[in-house]
Structure formats: C-alpha cells, structure tokens
Design a protein around this ligand. Structure first.
Ligand SMILES: *Cc1c(COP(=O)(O)O)cnc(C)c1O
Length: 401
C-alpha cells in the first residue's frame, strides 16, 4: 500500500510551492502565503473524494483516532469495542482517551464480526471501532446497524483501506466518523499524517478544536483572540504534509488503485488454479483498494509450510498470526498491562485496583482465522516481483497441497 513508490515531480512541485513562501503553518500568515493553504485544500479535496461533508487533517492516523474519540466525548468509565486483528494504534488511542478497549472477534472479512460485536455491547459501550483491514471492507453497514440498535456511534478505522468503497460509497463515510493514516507505508503518504472525516458539523467542530489546543478558528478574529470551549492538544498537520497529500490524492484513482488491482488480479489468478486455496471474504470485490491479497490454506500447518516454500523462493508472505503489532495474541504488553505511567494507569485505577484484564485466549476464532491466512502485500510497481511470486506460489502449492 505504498504511495511512496510514486513520489515524483508532482510532490516536488507542491512542496516547493510551500517552501518558496516560507509558510509552514496551516493557519495565519495570510499576507505572506499568497492564498496558498495546502492543508485546507487537501482537506477539501479529500472530503469531496470521500463524499463527506467535513475533513480534518491531523498529524497521524493514531491522532485521527484520538481526535475522533475526543469528538465523541469518550473518556474514563467508557468502553470502546474494536477487533483483535488491527494495528496497535487502534487500542492505544482508546487507552489514551482513558477508556477501556473491548475486543471482539473478526470473521473471514478479517474485520469485526457484526454478531460478535453485538454480544460485547454493554451499557458502558460509548463507541465501536471496526477496522477495514488490509485494503478490504468490514461488513460496515451491518456493524453500523448493530451499534445503532444500542445508540452507539461508529468510528471506522480506514488507515489501511484509503480509496476502498462498498457499493460505490467511500469507506470511512458510513460511521459517525472515519479515520485515515498517511504514514510512510500507507496507500497515500505524507510521511506522517492522518485525516478525520464526518458529515456531522458538531463532531467536526469538536474534533477541529480538540486537535488545536481548543482554538475555535473563528475567522473574524486573529489567532490569539479566538475563544475556546474546552482544552485540547496539538495534533495539527503542517503545510509540507498538506502539499504531499494533495499530490498523492490526485494519483489515487488514476495511478495507484488500477495498478494495485491489476497486480492483485495476476496473483489471485495464480492462486485460484490450486485446489485447497480459498480467499478472504470481500463484501464488495469491486471496491477493494487491493493493497493486500489474503488467502487461506486448509490448516495452520499447511499455511506455515506454504510460507516456508515462498520464503525459500524469496517471496515470503506476511503471517499475521505471529505478527507482534497486529495480532491480539502477540500483544503481551497489553495482555500483561504494562505501562510507563504512575500507579499502573490505565490498567489500574488511581486506587490501585485493576480496571481491566485481557485473557490471551479470549479470541479463539480470530486466532484460528489468522493461523490459516497468508498475505501478499500488493505494490504499485511489481513487474520485477510478479514472476518470482508466481513461480514461488506454484512451487509451494505443488509441495504442500
Ligand atoms: C497505520 C495504522 C494506524 C495508525 O496510523 P499512523 O499514521 O501510523 O499513526 C491506525 N490503524 C491502522 C489499522 C493502521 O494500519
């Protein structure tokens, strides 16, 4: 999912446009910037691309989650349900808000199972964060409906599926808020960066204020004279990142998605020839952003053996089951409640009692699904790599299936 592969003249031109005016801040400097507002323009174009009313650029995908939780008012005493297969940032943001993450199972979409979600909803549930993993889609309509039956808002973590759609509608635009990441390995990259989208004016204003020390951004007064409703923090994006984002966004539909989809199709057709291989469930194959190809072997043993052959051929797949940063069973720092903060917060209350505990065996279905799954990252440029991968797949299939 690497937008960095196609950084070129367009990005250089946008960045130089900023440097030549010497304005790096997204706000103020109105005379000096000669009408150039890269972050604001990036927000406007991103919102239009997603069909959302508002977009707020922030400093990372993690910041986007943190700001979205603050906009919803999530804090201590609240629970937020998410899935046991995601990047650690999803639950870090929940803990940072002072709330407790509750983990539900994934299904064969590799995303939150709507039925298991509903089984975990309690009176303390204040938000649900399904994660559109590996370029594909969660069953987000069912998830929003299930959460809605209990009056709980949804934040879609769309960090890995920028450009993905479900029935023509952009991922990230189904819930109350959607969050995106533009870190160095994501589909669009600004080095570090993120975005929050929403149709709700009040949620947008709360997010905007919280991400910038509470500034209400009243255009009729200078920055030092703005009022504030509440405290905030600094999760701002700067102009150089906005400039990169603009150039990258303009390449998403014409250059990034079609090439990823073509490369993915070639590999999928190779895998399809072999009995015993099945594929990750995509609720809308046409809207797949195609940043990863996930396939299943009949057993965990066969998945490991298959991947050993791929690795020997120089084409090893990602085995999420053992991944330290994405799989619930591997998050020993979460499971053991390790924290640098005094008194054991957020795993212990100020009085010293346990606020939560995480059973390593709590998500057997997630572990089972991940144990049979192998994942090939799809790049924009794969012409050299495809023949190597095809040969490796055929060899592994002969040896293992
Ligand atoms: C990358 C990622 C994030 C965090 O994004 P950063 O920009 O790296 O902070 C959050 N959630 C998921 C699922 C991710 O893959």
């Amino acid at each position: 999912m690497p937008g960095h592969e196609i950084i070129g003249e367009e990005e250089q031109k946008e960045v130089l446009d900023v440097l030549s005016r010497k304005v790096l801040f997204r706000y103020e400097f109105d005379a000096q910037r000669e009408g150039v507002y890269k972050v604001e323009t990036f927000e406007r174009e991103f919102a239009r691309y997603c069909g959302a009313r508002h977009a707020l650029a922030v400093s990372s995908g993690t910041a986007a989650l943190r700001v979205a939780l603050a906009a919803l008012g999530v804090g201590p005493g609240d629970e937020v349900i998410t899935q046991g297969f995601t990047f650690v940032a999803t639950w870090e943001a929940i803990l940072d808000a002072g709330a407790l993450p509750v983990f539900a199972e994934i299904d064969e979409t590799l995303c939150l199972d709507p039925n298991d979600l509903e089984a975990h909803i309690t009176p303390r549930t204040r938000a649900v964060i399904p994660v559109h993993m590996c370029g594909g889609q969660a069953r987000v309509e069912e998830i929003v409906a299930a959460a809605g039956r209990h009056g709980v808002p949804v934040i879609e973590d769309t960090a890995q599926s920028c450009g993905g759609r479900l029935g023509q509608r952009a991922l990230g635009s189904f819930g109350a808020l959607g969050t995106f990441s533009f870190d160095s390995v994501k589909t669009l990259t600004t080095g570090e960066g993120g975005m929050v989208i929403t149709d709700d004016e009040e949620l947008y204003l709360r997010a905007s204020e919280y991400h910038d020390h509470g500034h209400d951004h009243d255009p009729s007064v200078g920055r030092g004279l703005e009022k504030r409703r509440f405290f905030g923090f600094n999760y701002r994006m700067m102009e150089l990142q906005g400039a990169l984002g603009l150039a990258q966004l303009r390449k998403l539909e014409p250059a990034i998605l079609p090439r990823q989809r073509r490369n993915k199709r070639v590999l999928r057709e190779t895998l399809e020839k072999h009995d015993g291989i099945t594929f990750r469930d995509l609720p809308d194959p046409d809207g797949d952003s195609a940043t990863f190809l996930v396939f299943f072997l009949p057993t965990a043993e066969k998945a490991r053996a298959f991947n050993r052959v791929l690795s020997d051929e120089g084409a090893g797949a990602v085995y999420w089951h053992d991944n330290l940063w994405h799989a619930y069973g591997q998050w020993e720092h979460l499971l053991e409640g390790r924290t640098p903060l005094s008194g054991g917060w957020p795993f212990r209350s100020p009085g010293g009692s346990h606020r939560c505990g995480f059973d390593p065996e709590a998500l057997p279905r997630t572990a089972g699904i991940l144990s049979r799954a192998l994942t090939l990252p799809i790049r924009i440029h794969m012409d050299q790599q495809l023949p190597v991968l095809i040969r490796a797949i055929d060899k592994a299939a002969c040896a293992v299936l």
